[in-house]
Design a protein around this ligand. Structure first.
Ligand code: AMP
Length: 218
């Protein structure tokens, strides 16, 4: 089963996909994480990517498509993926369709987490990510076990693009480039909208209901 989780920045895609990964033993593919890995390598490409990410715009489809093809071509992940933050525009959605066809796979479920801009700004300014295990927390809504650390040797850090100004730009980018992708999947009857304003466990229970329905567990 392949799933896509959509939502504006700070909607809780990362938190929810981590829960799904644990429960259903899926692999999470986050293009944002793949890009941050490249940024951390401090390569020339990484520096170029950082500039774009910090501006709140989208990285070029060419870079994203190359990263994604590697994942979809990998037999270990076959039909067992949750895509977080991808596809971000219609071109990427078309590319994903072609790649999945090429490697004999399909999308089974598309989830959209809906959250207002006000909540997003609050969430994004409180977001903390563990530098080692990648767990995400929020200073206000989902505090970490300790103020500065998560797991052994892991420091909690803020992302460089998690500030109010960039958050607003990312929200706008989401509305203009990514929301049309929701209609694209709606036409295929794959889209389920869920309010991302509810409590974390309430949202994950809703998502689980949809997944179980598809798997024939209900
Ligand atoms: P995320 O971690 O998903 O919030 O992504 C952080 C930033 O990485 C975004 O604001 C974009 O600049 C970039 N990014 C992530 N995924 C994509 C994608 N599929 N296409 C283009 N840019 C992306």
């Amino acid at each position: 089963m392949n799933i896509i989780i959509f939502g504006p920045p700070g909607a809780g895609k990362g938190t929810q996909s981590d829960k799904i990964v644990k429960k259903y033993k899926l692999f999470k593919v986050s293009t944002g994480d793949l890009l941050r890995d490249e940024i951390n390598k401090k390569t020339q490409l990484g520096k170029e990517i950082k500039e774009i990410v910090d501006s709140g715009k989208l990285v070029s489809d060419k870079i994203i498509n190359r990263l994604i093809e590697k994942v979809i071509a990998d037999e270990r992940y076959k039909n067992n993926i949750i895509f977080d933050g991808y596809p971000r525009n219609l071109e990427q959605a078309e590319n994903l369709k072609n790649l999945l066809k090429k490697f004999n796979q399909k999308i089974d479920l598309v989830i959209s987490l809906e959250v207002s801009l006000d909540s997003i700004v609050k969430r994004i300014t409180g977001r903390l990510v563990c530098s080692k295990c990648g767990n995400t927390y929020n200073e206000f809504f989902n505090p970490p076990p300790s103020r500065l650390t998560c797991c052994k040797d892991g420091n909690l850090k803020k992302r460089s693009d998690d500030n109010v100004e960039t958050a607003k730009k990312r929200y706008l980018t989401y509305q203009t480039s990514t929301e049309p992708v929701l209609d694209y999947y709606k036409k295929f009857g794959l889209l389920e909208n869920i309010s991302g304003e509810n409590k974390i466990d309430e949202i994950s229970n809703k998502i689980a209901d949809f997944i179980n329905l598809i798997r024939g567990w209900l």
